[in-house]
Design a protein around this ligand. Structure first.
Ligand code: SIN
Ligand code: FE2
Length: 205
């Protein structure tokens, strides 16, 4: 990998093989069919919809809406139910790729459909800003972008494909990143099309 990526950025292409990718997608489908359907989140203040729809696994889930903004909640905002349990495979990848001593509390599930993207941002809603973030790509490829710790600086991009895993630790944990483009329709792995991104985060210290 190019040395131009920030330190603490780890890229593991094809970390998950096809059967493992399918098993993760089955877990996501069961989650969405059960207590935690995908919902359309909205931006703080403006109430503008995000272009992704989302749900979560784990004791905490990341949510956003017009009135209360970005935060973690124990319950789904629409059903009021607890989030489904974090699959063991996600705990396994966390302990394999990080040396963080405690488990992730949240797995945000973002579903990118045709035209979805994710603007440049830093993950800032966690009390523990030192814990790494682990991000898993499933389905259609996407162009991922990562810059430095200030908005608008030089950036580098990387095409993430199904099964790839990225870790944002160290300096990279504080860097701006986003998804500029979805290569919609290139993979048939996600039954209804698009890309599923799973983001594992530790919230509390
Ligand atoms: C994010 O950082 O919020 C999502 C990253 C991704 O979809 O790969
Ligand atoms: Fe992020």
């Amino acid at each position: 990998m190019s040395t131009s990526f920030p330190s603490g950025f780890i890229y593991k292409p094809e970390y998950f093989n096809l059967p493992a990718q399918t098993a993760l997608l089955d877990a996501v489908s069961a989650c969405a069919r059960g207590d935690a359907p995908f919902w359309q989140p909205t931006m703080p203040r403006t109430g503008q919809p995000l272009s992704v729809v989302m749900t979560n696994f784990g004791p905490l889930g990341w949510v956003t809406d017009k009135d209360k903004g970005y935060r973690y909640e124990e319950r789904h905002p629409k059903t009021g139910k607890l989030w489904p349990e974090m699959p063991q495979a996600l705990l396994d990848v966390w302990y394999d790729l990080t040396d963080y001593p405690a488990p992730p509390e949240a797995c945000l599930i973002n579903w990118y459909r045709e035209g979805s993207r994710m603007g440049m941002h830093v993950d800032l809603d966690e009390e523990d800003q030192n814990a790494p973030v682990v991000s898993i790509s499933l389905g259609d490829p996407a162009r991922y972008r990562i810059g430095g710790q200030t908005r608008g600086g030089k950036t580098h991009s990387l095409k993430l494909s199904s099964g790839d895993v990225v870790v944002l630790g160290g300096e990279a944990r504080k860097c701006y990143h986003g998804v500029d483009k979805l290569y919609y329709g290139q993979s048939s792995l996600v039954p209804k099309g698009g890309r599923i991104n799973l983001t594992l985060r530790r919230v509390n210290k």
